[in-house]
Design a protein around this ligand. Structure first.
Ligand code: XMP
Length: 528
């Protein structure tokens, strides 16, 4: 394992990401981690960048025991300044100018094998990404310069005899040419890590870990939605403990056309999961009557979900206890992903308390505190595309693995204002047409998320010589990598015309179709 200690840079998680892409096992922990608390010895340590100045009071510093581990160390930006500052605080100074953006790096390769290992296979000169205010004012004792840049005489440094390196630039961002190769040279060439981390291996290890944790008798409860994360987590539990995993699907009345039935088929027949479906659609739709405010709608759906789930969980626990399959339910499954936990693993500054993440509407907190259920989060070290890969490894069919995300409050946040049964019907039918046409045109996998929403204001139209007064459909389709920013998808005009034609002709009560071209920001992906 390569251990990355995080000093709070926005780029830190990319280090883990790049190493995983190289099939190298890697983990990120806060910079304040005590080395004595680790339950393994890493093969190498990376000290990340961070927004602080090492010489300021209260700036974060690494446990000095890191330097006693006897493993290679790579400091990136703040991490390099930390190495230099430890040698002597005078080594780090405030730069006159902040350096942000591309810079030309020149590696001083030559007769030092130690340096050449870091730059192995790379050209002497390359473009790298800089983002720093402070810089080294002097070399720490025992180090020498191994690369210079336009603005920096200490763009990369190395200890003359020990495997300790510092980079002022960020090899983990894709703007740095050969950055991944540099990380590979460190992890494989210098730390001698094997490149054998694969999804199949992860799956075997995770199954073993779950069996060990749950024991031969333990039973596990989990909510599923039909989305990729909860489906993959559920299939993983099924593989690990079979029918001692109990999945619950709540039909909240605001799922898409035939979605509940389809999810039930997928989970029960295709994946063989022990699933209970609760149809609470009437309760949800009744409760949504008269609610116009988006936050009120979300709150109601979240709260109702917990009520319905808890009531059912009690019944399932009883059934589980009587089933003879094992002891009573002691665990709760949650499909939390790595981007969600990065929040809590990242270093937030000396005084900040670390936020605990909760997924769907705060459910586990009540479940786990109130009923003493222990949380199982088998996907917490994976990114979304890795979850998809794991899904494939588990034999889940491609259409399910590649499904677009769908929000917990469902189409309730895709019907502006009050949700009524008529608007639910219209949203479902229009959405179904839009998504079917997207699939037919072979565009589904190029789009990150797409749906049709209902605008409750109505417009006048003319159909078959008759005046009509109908709702407006808003089509939305975006591309994004992280769902934090997004762009509207650029459809061919003929495609939009075809979808418009089908919707106005086939969906009763609609007389206009619009395409939302707003990016995020300023728009969000959902309308509410
Ligand atoms: P926004 O609308 O905030 O959406 O740009 C970003 C992503 O999050 C999804 N989303 C939700 N997912 N519960 C969820 O499980 C929610 O309440 C929720 N609201 C938004 C949205 O679909 C998009 O993928």
């Amino acid at each position: 394992t390569i251990l990355t200690l995080d000093f709070g840079s926005q780029y830190t998680h990319l280090i883990t990401r790049r190493l995983r892409e190289l099939n190298i096992l890697s983990e990120m922990l806060p910079c304040t981690t005590k080395i004595a608390d680790l339950d393994y010895k890493p093969k190498g340590v990376i000290l990340s960048g961070g927004p602080y100045s090492v010489y300021e009071d209260g700036a974060p510093h690494v446990d000095p025991a890191v330097f006693e581990l006897g493993v290679p160390i790579l400091g990136i930006c703040y991490g390099m300044q930390e190495i230099a500052w430890r040698a002597s605080p005078e080594n780090v100074i405030a730069g006159v100018h902040r350096e942000y953006g591309h810079s030309n790096l020149k590696a001083l390769k030559g007769d030092d094998a130690h340096v050449d290992r870091l730059f192995d296979g790379l050209e002497d000169s390359m473009r790298v990404w800089m983002s720093h205010g402070d810089k080294l004012g002097a070399l720490p004792e025992g180090f020498h310069t191994v690369a210079v840049s336009d603005n920096s005489e200490y763009a990369a440094i190395a200890h003359k005899t020990k495997p300790i390196y510092g980079l002022q630039f960020h090899p983990e961002v894709t703007h740095s040419q050969n950055g991944t190769q540099l990380l590979k040279n460190f992890a494989v060439g210098i730390c001698e890590c094997a490149q054998n981390w694969t999804m199949a291996r992860f799956l075997d290890q995770e199954i073993a870990r779950i069996r060990d944790l749950v024991g031969p008798e333990g039973q596990v409860l989990g909510a599923v939605s039909g989305g990729v994360d909860s489906t993959v987590a559920a299939k993983l539990m099924k593989e690990a403990i079979g029918d001692r995993f109990w999945a619950v699907l709540v039909n909240n009345g605001v799922m898409r056309l035939d979605e509940c039935e389809q999810v039930e088929r997928d989970l029960k027949q295709h994946l063989g999961i022990n699933l209970t479906v609760i149809d609470a659609s009437k309760d949800f739709l009744d409760g949504l009557k008269g609610l116009h405010d988006p936050e009120q709608k979300r709150k109601f759906i979240g709260g109702k979900f917990i009520d319905v789930f808890e009531a059912e969980a009690a019944k399932i626990e009883e059934a589980a206890e009587k089933s003879g399959k094992g002891t009573k339910i002691g665990f709760f499954l949650q499909g939390t992903l790595y981007p969600d936990v990065i929040e809590s693993l990242s270093f937030k500054g000396p005084s900040a308390t670390i936020k605990t993440h909760h997924n769907v509407g705060g459910l586990p907190e009540r479940m786990t505190n109130g009923q003493g259920l222990q949380l199982i989060e088998p996907l917490r070290s994976l990114y979304k595309d890795e979850v998809r890969e794991l899904g494939r490894t588990l034999g889940i069919h491609e259409e399910l693995v590649m499904r677009h995300p769908f929000p917990g409050p469902g189409i309730a946040v895709r019907i502006l204002g009050e949700v009524t049964e008529e608007k639910v019907r219209i949203a479902r039918q229009a959405d179904h047409i839009f998504i079917s046409e997207i699939r037919k045109a072979g565009l589904y996998d190029q789009i990150s998320q797409a749906y049709a929403a209902v605008d409750p204001s109505r417009a006048v139209g003319v159909m078959g010589d008759k005046r009509v007064y109908g709702y407006i459909i808003i089509l939305r389709a975006v591309t994004t990598t992280d769902f934090m920013t997004a762009e509207a998808f650029n459809f061919p005009w003929e495609f939009l015309q075809r979808v418009m034609n089908r919707i106005v002709n086939e969906v009763n009560g609609v007389c206009r179709v619009t395409y939302d071209i707003t990016s995020k920001p300023p728009g969000t992906i959902e309308l509410e």
